[in-house]
Design a protein around this ligand. Structure first.
Ligand code: MSP
Length: 692
């Protein structure tokens, strides 16, 4: 199956150095590693890039806080990522840092070329600048002439900045995405980007004055400015491979896959693509946005303290069990829920029961039936023919699903083969043959050989996901492993190996993890099936309705609250809302909003409040109610493909189990958009903003 003419270049986002590696970073990086290893298995030439994003305000602030220079801070944090990837057995080809001198020179050259091509212009901007928030506000956003967030004074600043003529590429980009249906994956993400592009595209501010931010790449044509950190960062995908070639001499760029989380899709699908177009450079072949790992159905966040430390999981359950869980549990593109209980369940059911079991049976029995190694024994039995067919089917199905990026289902196809081996061993009962002495020896050897052959193929297919454990397993079967590519020595073909090496002894690949109560009910995955959704969908309990704001009053006892008089269809409702800091009364009066209709009533400082208005955090922390486009008061709002079983007196805690976020300007529960009968619920807020 060698396909050495094919090449495969894959990238992860480069990670900010103001955070320690967490499960989100680990997932993308492990996914890239697994895909790279599968492509290697198929005989392709591969290049896998990851690294760290080291410039910008946040890094400068973190360094100042720690009392070290930005470079020292970056060195320490970048190393944490690199070390983490070593521990997770990630086989990247290059780890780029945006502070590498080669990268800096490359980015400066790009800016020079964009400037020479007339793709950049300068513009004066005047606005109210808040030193505390380090950003501009418009006159309208100010509250009593002050910064609406911190309440601190603002200064009027006139500032010159440089802009990339991104708007000129809007039409081109729409057409490009339409003409290349698999450019942005999965499908629904592509539609979101197209939806985003229906609104006018602005030019992109690509500079920051050094007076405000010094930690960046100096612009070659304006040395008192640094590059906007996203432009600097995106070009890592090219600077890392500039001048590099695959062994056969073909160039590495363009990338086959940029892997990234859905929250940074716009920067890749819009900024990156238009910058490349402006430079007449080839586009990457695919941009793949994966979902988020949620924790108890809520988004991970440092403030709620539910950040999953990958190293802790790895230390507790092993690198390969952790890798396996992440790849098996998440359907690429969808969100998935992380829980330690589900990980243990997977480990016990798939790994200890299925994968580890067949091998340990063979090794135990081999000691009684054979010299020290397996001997190929041909057989024309029906069960043997079925096993051979199962192996061939598993290879085809697994590799096809990998190609379609359905890794979770690809693993399931391989497991079918391994389970077939276990069933075959049950039927053939070799432990009985072993008791027959020399009379049963040939039969015993045949059963062992056929089981081993099927397992060898199964283990090779699982190798990209669990390289260390599968190398151990293959070695135990007497198969050598060369250069971390099992196929180099033992092809994915029945009868492809002669088992010249001795068998291992006493190997227990995946010991069962004992749990207090039997792990089971809660976790995903049924016999033979792909991953299943969590049992009860928390959003099904929520009742959202469109309400019209009739009147807005100040709360008598709370400075930050308004008392809103609402009409919900024919019904009158009163709701207290913390919008006073963000919006004037006249901006709310007469407006349609979305409310949580079945929320348990609460007494807020003497005012009975029945329901809650949904709002998103807009630019600079400004809170803005979401917009039910075209809907009328009383309309129900539902999430696509989600059951609707509202519960009376929903608690806030129950509501928080169904986190809502903004993606491409639309409010979503997980990946599903919220709709009224007239259309989607919108919010003008950056991707990933929480709605509550
Ligand atoms: N530095 C930018 C990327 C620049 S690429 C040219 C950045 N860095 S980051 O450190 O914030 O890492 C972001 C990556 O981690 C994104 O792909 C994001 O989706 C991913 N994750 C962060 N939390 C996540 C989860 N809870 N689950 C899955 N991935 C998530 O953005």
């Amino acid at each position: 199956m060698s396909d050495s003419e094919k090449t495969f270049y894959i990238t992860t986002p480069i990670y900010y150095v103001n955070d320690a590696p967490h499960i989100g970073h680990s997932y993308t990086t492990i996914l890239s590693d697994v895909l790279t290893r599968f492509h290697k298995l198929a005989g392709e030439q591969t290049f896998f890039l990851t690294g760290t994003d080291e410039h910008g305000q946040k890094v400068q602030q973190a360094a100042d806080k720690a009392g070290v220079s930005p470079q020292e801070h970056c060195d320490a944090y970048s190393k944490r990522f690199k070390d983490a990837w070593g521990e997770l057995n990630i086989g990247f080809d290059k780890f780029i840092r945006t502070t590498d001198p080669e990268h800096i020179a490359y980015v400066q050259d790009i800016f020079r070329r964009l400037w020479d091509k007339g793709r950049i212009y300068e513009k004066e901007y005047e606005g109210w600048y808040s030193v505390g928030e380090e950003r501009f506000f418009t006159e309208k956003e100010l509250v009593d002439g002050k910064d609406p967030i911190s309440g601190r004074p603002v200064e009027k600043i006139r500032e010159k900045n440089y802009f990339f003529k991104m708007s000129e590429y809007q039409e081109w980009l729409i057409r490009y995405i339409e003409d290349h249906p698999d450019f942005i994956l999965p499908d629904f993400r592509r539609n979101e980007v197209l939806g985003f592009l229906r609104q006018p595209l602005n030019d992109l501010c690509i500079s920051r004055p050094k007076s405000r931010l010094a930690w960046g790449i100096t612009l070659p044509f304006a040395t008192e400015y640094v590059a906007y950190v996203w432009v600097d960062a995106l070009f890592n995908y090219q600077s890392a491979v500039a001048g590099k070639k695959f062994p056969d001499g073909s160039p590495i760029w363009p990338a086959d896959y940029h892997l990234l989380g859905k929250d940074i899709l716009t920067t890749h699908a819009v900024y990156w693509t238009t910058l490349l177009k402006a430079l007449d450079m080839p586009q990457p072949r695919h941009i793949l946005a994966h979902g988020w790992w949620l924790f108890d159905n809520a988004r991970m966040s440092k403030t709620t303290g539910n950040v999953v430390a990958p190293m802790a999981m790895k230390d507790k359950y092993g690198v390969d069990a952790f890798r396996y869980f992440l790849i098996r549990e998440m359907v690429v593109g969808q969100d998935a829920s992380f829980s330690e209980e589900a990980l243990v369940q997977r480990l016990n059911s798939d790994l200890a029961n299925d994968v580890g079991n067949g091998l340990s049976r063979i090794l135990k029995l081999a000691a009684t039936g054979l010299e020290s190694r397996l001997t190929p024994v041909p057989s024309d039995g029906e069960e043997e023919a079925a096993l051979k067919k199962a192996a061939g089917d598993a290879v085809t199905a697994t590799l096809e699903k990998v190609k379609a990026l359905k890794l979770s289902f690809a693993i399931e196809d391989t497991l079918q083969l391994i389970r077939a081996v276990n069933r075959y061993l049950e039927v053939k009962a070799p432990w009985k043959l072993a008791k027959e002495g020399p009379a049963g020896k040939d039969k015993l050897n045949s059963v062992l050989y056929h089981s081993a052959e099927a397992l060898r193929i199964g283990f090779s297919l699982l190798h990209p996901v669990m390289p260390a454990k599968m190398e151990e397993a293959l070695t135990a079967l007497g198969v050598g492993v060369v250069g971390s590519n099992p196929v180099a020595l033992s092809p994915l073909k029945w009868g492809g190996y002669d088992y010249a090496k001795p068998l291992g002894q006493g190997v227990n690949l995946f010991p069962r993890v004992e749990t207090e109560k039997p792990a089971g009910q809660k976790s995903a995955g049924g016999p033979g099936g792909g991953p299943k959704p969590a049992p009860a969908d928390p959003f099904s309990l929520v009742h959202l309705k469109v309400a019209r704001i009739e009147e807005v009053e100040d709360h008598p006892n709370a400075d930050s609250l308004y008392v809103l008089r609402l009409k919900v269809g024919e019904e009158d409702r009163t709701v207290c809302a913390g919008l006073k800091k963000h919006l004037a009364k006249e901006e709310l009066r007469g407006r349609n909003v979305v409310m949580v209709y079945n929320l348990k009533p609460a007494n807020l400082r003497g005012v009975e409040s029945k329901g809650m208005i949904l709002a998103a955090e807009g630019e600079g922390g400004k809170v803005i109610p979401v917009m039910p486009e075209g809907a009328v008061s009383g309309d129900d709002i539902k999430a696509a493909d989600t059951p609707f079983e509202p519960k009376a007196d929903l608690t806030l805690k129950e509501f928080d189990k169904a986190p809502l976020t903004v993606q491409a300007g639309i409010v979503r529960y997980r990946d599903r958009q919220l709709n009224s009968p007239k259309g989607p619920v919108r919010a003008q807020a950056p991707d990933g903003t929480a709605v509550r």
